[in-house]
Design a protein around this ligand. Structure first.
Ligand code: UD1
Length: 417
């Protein structure tokens, strides 16, 4: 199993290019199922999750090819079998995003339940309830969701929790439904807007994406388009935290500061100097790092996907920080690993109290999920000596060439087998 060996103590310096967003790419790939014409996606990140989604779509009969501008072309002219098997869904929960489009276009779908994952139970009941409200007949048996509907019907759907992929699944399903659908308490994440923009270019009639009420007027059929995937705001945030925690000076290019206001505000509170211009962000850290309190919540509040990285920053900052995780019930696994590096973290329920220490000491640690892995790399960058992060297959799911990008910024980091 691959490991990353990180030598700590080097302030990051230089330029880094931010990749296309994983959490936008995955739903956009599923949107190809809504039309018989090709969908061309550019700024596609090279990630394990993208490969998994490609395998899943290819298995259904979607034809994938690279076009001359290195865009990924997906063509779902026909689909052999609207089926998502357990062995693929279990490795990537976002596979559930095929359910809505398959049902809407082909009238049936069979998708494995995702099952448990390292950061909590994460059910998909709201996806199922929403589709039922649109007239789908759904049975859950032997670990599979089997759904049927001659043609989905528009409905008013109030989701009692804000769910990102739930909103995306129902929005895609509603595109081909008969009549209007209103999604209330919808997720406002920028990735939902990116998906809505692409769907609109494919002929969908959607308004309100980016607000908590999204209205979709169903259409009979959709067509192909070309779409550029938005920058990854979590990768952006991770590099910003790494720059701040190491006392560095970094310019991030091909990204957008407007996607991560809450994160940037916290970094300024921590003492970072941040300037944003069109398409780029500059960060420099002079003086002492101050600890910052964090409370995760749906967008535009502080993202749960940045909680772990800020815990690494707080571990070496001046003062004591309170970190409250409100989205997932079991998302502090990284804290136990950081304790192995000498971090002082106390956890009670969904709250962590982090007392900053002056130094962390390199050690062997183990990645438990995607963002936890990133936080351990950040901790390794600030720890004395060498930190080995094991099980980094999690990291490869969501960060493109992380060790190359960090090396370019001067970090001592290498992959070992
Ligand atoms: C998405 C992101 C993930 C991010 C998360 C929260 C993608 C591919 N993944 O995941 O990186 O961490 O948003 O910002 O975009 N819930 C239910 N029932 C449901 C659906 C969700 O109870 O049917 C709960 C979940 O258990 C969780 C909360 O709602 O506690 C939010 O989850 P959700 O927004 O659905 O997360 P994902 O869309 O899976």
């Amino acid at each position: 199993m691959d490991k990353l060996v990180v030598g700590g103590g080097v302030p990051l310096r230089g330029d880094v290019r931010i990749s296309g967003a994983k959490n936008a790419a995955l739903p956009l790939m599923c949107a190809s199922l809504l039309s018989p014409d090709p969908l061309v996606l550019s700024n596609m990140p090279h990630l394990q999750d993208v490969t998994t989604m490609l395998r899943l779509l290819a298995q259904m009969g979607v034809v994938a090819s690279l076009d001359d501008r290195a865009g990924l072309e997906l063509c779902a002219a026909s689909v052999k079998e609207p089926f998502a098997p357990y062995d693929l869904v279990k490795t990537m929960r976002a596979s559930i995003l095929v359910l809505g489009p398959l049902l809407a276009r082909f009238g049936e779908a069979k998708v494995s339940l995702p099952g448990g994952c390292a950061i909590g139970t994460r059910p998909v009941d709201l996806h199922i309830k929403g589709l039922q409200a649109m007239g789908a007949e759904i049975h859950v048996e032997q670990g599979y969701i089997s759904a049927k509907a001659k043609r989905l019907k528009g409905a008013r759907i109030l989701m009692d929790l804000v769910t990102v992929t739930g909103t995306e699944n129902l929005m895609m399903a509603a595109c081909l439904a008969d009549g209007a659908t209103v999604l209330e308490n919808a997720a406002r994440e920028p990735e939902v807007i990116d998906l809505a923009n692409c769907l609109i270019a494919m002929g969908a009639r959607i308004s309100g994406a980016g607000t908590d009420v999204i209205k979709i007027e169903g259409v009979r059929s959709m067509f192909g388009t070309a779409h550029r995937i938005m920058p990854d705001r979590i990768e952006t945030g991770t590099f910003l935290v790494a720059a701040a925690a190491t006392g560095g000076q970094v310019r991030l290019i091909e990204t957008d500061a407007g996607l991560l206001d809450a994160v940037i505000e916290k970094l300024r509170d921590a003492g970072a100097n941040i300037n944003a211009r069109r398409g780029e962000i500059q960060i420099s850290m002079k003086g002492k790092l101050r600890s910052v309190n964090i409370r995760t919540a749906p967008y535009p509040a502080f993202p749960t996907d940045m909680q772990a990285q800020f815990m690494a920053l707080n571990a070496v900052a001046d003062g004591t920080a309170i970190v409250v995780e409100t989205i997932f019930e079991n998302r502090f696994m990284h804290a136990l690993e950081m304790q192995r590096l000498g971090a002082e973290i106390e956890i009670t329920g969904n709250t962590a109290v982090v007392r900053g220490v002056s130094r962390l000491q390199g050690a062997m640690v183990m990645a438990t999920d995607l963002r936890a892995s990133a936080s351990l790399v950040v901790a390794g960058l600030v720890a004395d000596g060498e930190t080995t992060v094991d099980r980094i297959y999690h990291l490869d799911r969501g960060y493109e060439c992380i060790e190359e990008k960090l090396s370019q910024l001067g970090a001592h980091i290498r992959r070992a087998h």
